[in-house]
Unconditional design. Structure first.
Length: 134
């Protein structure tokens, strides 16, 4: 059975937009690191920026890979779109938790756990969908 997934498929478009948003957020951390050296910026400590950057790299790389694989399984669009939106929101909350102390730590922890669970869910969905290839 051949499944054709085109770029006008809403789930593909949502994946692309949210991936690009996460890239922009990741790229924004580099100038923030430079600003902390020059003056006190959003992040008060360059080490915090480094930790936030590493956290993003560790979490975004699997998401991009698994998200691309996930859309090939043609899941229900509403579920897939919701997962991509929730992942992006969770990672934004994590960065806000790194950036500002007024954000309660419980929200940052929730963002970390939610993004992790979404990536795990999509991974398991892909494995189950392609289980005959094992």
């Amino acid at each position: 059975m051949t499944i054709v997934i085109t770029l006008d498929y809403p789930l593909i478009q949502t994946y692309m937009v949210h991936s690009a948003l996460l890239v922009v957020k990741l790229l924004a951390l580099s100038p923030m690191a430079a600003m902390t050296w020059v003056r006190k910026g959003v992040f008060s400590n360059p080490d915090i920026v480094r930790r936030a950057y590493l956290s993003e790299l560790k979490n975004l790389a699997p998401f991009w890979l698994v998200g691309a694989l996930y859309v090939t399984t043609t899941p229900p669009s509403d579920i897939g779109i919701s997962l991509f939106r929730m992942f992006t929101a969770a990672r934004m909350i994590v960065i806000l938790g790194y950036a500002s102390k007024p954000v309660p730590e419980v929200f940052t922890d929730f963002g970390l756990i939610l993004s992790y669970l979404i990536t795990c869910y999509m991974s398991m969905y892909v494995i189950y969908y392609y289980r005959n290839a094992i």
